[in-house]
Design a protein around this ligand. Structure first.
Ligand code: FAD
Ligand code: NAP
Length: 337
């Protein structure tokens, strides 16, 4: 554990918002949390890789930066292994570790920034795979009673880009490790149905892709479409893709015949938020130091020295435009501090 005072936030969040954090506490083990339990029972912030937060107000509350490291295989059977990843492990490094060890299930989630402890928060997802598909269980420290709890995947309230940790249990648990159920080589089930994966594999002449082929393909597609936070500050998709009732969609389609959509179930349908924002004229717009990314309007960016309020103001204008034109409400995915 290490306590630092008056720390710049700039390198601690991928938006690159620069404010002063009064107290930053580096948590290096689950034991540190037990030691810190009195501090944790008062209001505080939890930070992982900072890739899904927008800092609007400089945090005067203590910020606990979760750096707990470790990878341990805990069980093996014929078709899969269970591996425990500590909360501070970098998610993409974990994906590369799994590929190196020929363990399948998370290859579609390549190049998502952030750390393992935050992955269950919004049930990270990309290219047709979500964390919930591979999560066996997790351990979380309850700040209210200072005890550790184990939650199996069906207890976490996982849904599209959300979980109980983001909703009804908000601010109550600190996730200390996740256990993933990863497939052994003869049992991999590759998923290439989403987005450009299959066409890129076809172009490369790969009819039977390995999990490494899929990971490489996802990495290449993401690099071509998304801004690298090292060069342009951002937190990925700022909003969730809205899921609306089928009846509302049928009405919308009467006016906007070309609106793309993906059925969720018999009653609901998902609209790509990036498309809606683009149609309202926001794609690639620069507003002061902020704006939307030129290749994906769903990604709000910091062109240099934006503060959190500027980004938040832009996000509200975008929400208003989409509501005015399509009558569709965009819900923020990014956590605002
Ligand atoms: P942080 O930003 O540090 O924290 C996010 C939230 O989780 C905060 O509320 C924080 O308090 C809480 N938190 C963090 N760690 C813990 C913990 N151990 N216990 C309890 N609470 C905790 N997301 C996707 O789902 N799919 C994508 O494809 C995707 N692509 C992205 C691409 C880019 C370029 C960027 C910048 C972001 C992308 N994201 C994506 C969003 C982001 O990477 C994920 O949400 C990621 O899981 C956030 O991890 P983090 O460690 O950075 O969390
Ligand atoms: P895209 O391929 O341009 O597609 C736009 C949206 O349409 C996606 O967000 C996706 O929804 C949906 N979609 C596309 N094909 C689909 C299918 N076959 N079935 C159901 N829905 C489909 O998207 P992109 O922006 O390049 O992103 C690619 C993937 O990476 C997506 O899964 C996206 O969620 C993920 N991603 C997430 C973030 C983040 O910060 N959360 C940032 C970048 C990329 P879904 O979002 O539901 O998958």
């Amino acid at each position: 554990m290490q306590i630092r005072n008056t720390v710049s936030s700039k390198d601690l969040n991928t938006f690159g918002i620069n404010v002063t954090i009064d107290t930053l506490i580096e948590v290096n083990s689950a034991e540190d949390l037990h030691f810190l339990k009195d501090k944790l029972s008062s209001p505080h912030r939890i930070l992982g890789g900072g890739s899904n937060v927008l800092i609007v107000t400089p945090p005067s509350l203590p910020v606990f930066h979760i750096n707990i490291k470790g990878i341990h295989q805990i069980k093996e059977n014929t078709d899969h292994v269970l591996v425990k990843f500590s909360a501070g492990e970098v998610w993409h490094d974990v994906v590369l570790w799994a590929i190196e060890n020929d363990l399948g299930g998370i290859e579609n989630l390549s190049l998502i920034p952030g750390r393992c402890g935050a992955a269950p928060m919004q049930n990270i997802g990309a290219y047709g795979v979500e964390l919930k598909d591979v999560l066996h269980s997790l351990t979380a420290f309850n700040v209210e009673d200072g005890l550790e709890y184990t939650f199996h995947h069906e207890e976490c309230g996982f849904d599209y880009r959300t979980s109980y940790f983001k909703t009804k249990w908000k601010d109550r648990f600190i996730i200390t490790d996740i256990i993933l159920k990863l497939t052994k080589p003869s049992y991999h089930k590759v998923n290439i149905s989403y987005g450009a994966i299959s066409s890129v594999l076809e172009e490369k002449g790969i009819p039977s892709p390995t999990i490494k082929d899929i990971s490489d393909t996802v990495i290449a597609i993401r690099k071509s479409k998304l801004p690298d936070p090292k060069n342009v500050g951002n937190a990925g998709s700022f909003f969730k893709n809205p899921i609306i009732p089928m009846s509302q969609f049928k009405e919308l389609e009467k006016t906007f015949k070309d609106v793309p959509s993906y059925p969720v179930d018999n009653d609901n349908i998902k609209l790509p938020a990036g498309w809606l924002i683009d149609q309202c004229g926001w794609k690639g717009k620069v507003v002061g130091e902020t704006g939307t990314y030129k290749n994906q309007a769903l990604v709000l960016v910091n062109h240099g020295d934006a503060n959190g309020s500027e980004v938040l103001d832009l996000s509200k204008k975008i929400q208003d435009s989409v509501m005015e034109k399509y009558g569709v409400s965009l819900e923020r995915e990014v956590n605002v501090w």
